[in-house]
Design a protein around this ligand. Structure first.
Ligand SMILES: CC(C)(COP(=O)(O)OP(=O)(O)OC[C@H]1O[C@@H](n2cnc3c(N)ncnc32)[C@H](O)[C@@H]1OP(=O)(O)O)[C@@H](O)C(=O)NCCC(=O)NCCS
Length: 184
């Protein structure tokens, strides 16, 4: 909570195209410049390939690089965002259009590949990435964000207002997870 008040959003520049739908390729994409604890961070849209330099060491450490590619990564309805310090990519998040049978919402979006490089964790960057995505989706009607949360990341998501649904389950080679969600 404290971190949230420590960063000061100094500028939002935006490129607005015809569509108001998040799922359209011509969606609004905000680039955020954020000043936090004497550092300048940028959040912007990145490609699926860009995410690998963070996904690999954080989420698939020691595993083949191919394991960092997710089904649907390059679909037009999938969006990837990165947080940068200078030109260095230090955190990533990906949004997939995907319906979960637990939920009824018309617009369901799955967060995948949420990761911050280890040396930059606990500085508020994960929170900035989630808030950035929520901001982008705030005009979508009946929109629900959900994801399979690693057990050890559950408290992070709970702090951001996400709720566990159902019971824990195992993902092979990764560990115990919960489905978590929030209406945005
Ligand atoms: C989980 C992760 C994305 C969080 O990003 P982060 O930049 O480290 O988190 P933040 O600094 O933005 O944390 C925001 C708040 O959550 C808390 N928090 C972060 N990670 C936490 C954790 N694992 N357990 C408990 N609290 C946590 C922070 O202390 C902070 O609390 P505050 O607002 O009271 O100060 C990052 O630690 C990470 O990449 N972890 C390894 C990969 C992973 O588990 N990814 C999630 C897959 S579902």
């Amino acid at each position: 909570m404290q971190i949230f008040f420590k960063f000061f959003l100094i500028l939002f520049c935006h490129k607005k195209n015809n569509s108001q739908s998040f799922y359209n390729e011509n969606v609004i994409h905000l680039t955020a410049l954020i000043f936090c604890q004497n550092q300048m961070y940028t959040i912007k849209k990145i490609t699926a390939n860009d995410t690998i330099s963070v996904r690999h060491p954080v989420l698939r450490n020691g595993k083949p690089i191919e394991s960092c590619h997710f089904d649907g990564d390059t679909l037009p309805s999938t969006h990837h965002f990165g947080i940068f310090i200078a030109k260095k990519l230090i955190g990533v998040i990906s949004l997939f259009k995907s319906q979960h049978s637990f939920f009824q919402a018309e617009n369901q979006i799955q967060i995948r590949g949420m990761a911050v490089l280890e040396e930059f964790q606990r500085k508020g960057l994960g929170k900035m990435l989630i808030r950035h995505c929520e901001q982008q989706l705030k005009d979508e009607a009946d929109c629900l964000l959900w994801f399979n949360a690693r057990e050890n990341a559950g408290p992070f998501y709970e702090k951001l207002g996400y709720t566990i649904s159902g019971t824990s389950f195992e993902i092979e080679d990764v560990g115990t997870h919960f489905v978590m969600y929030k209406y945005v």
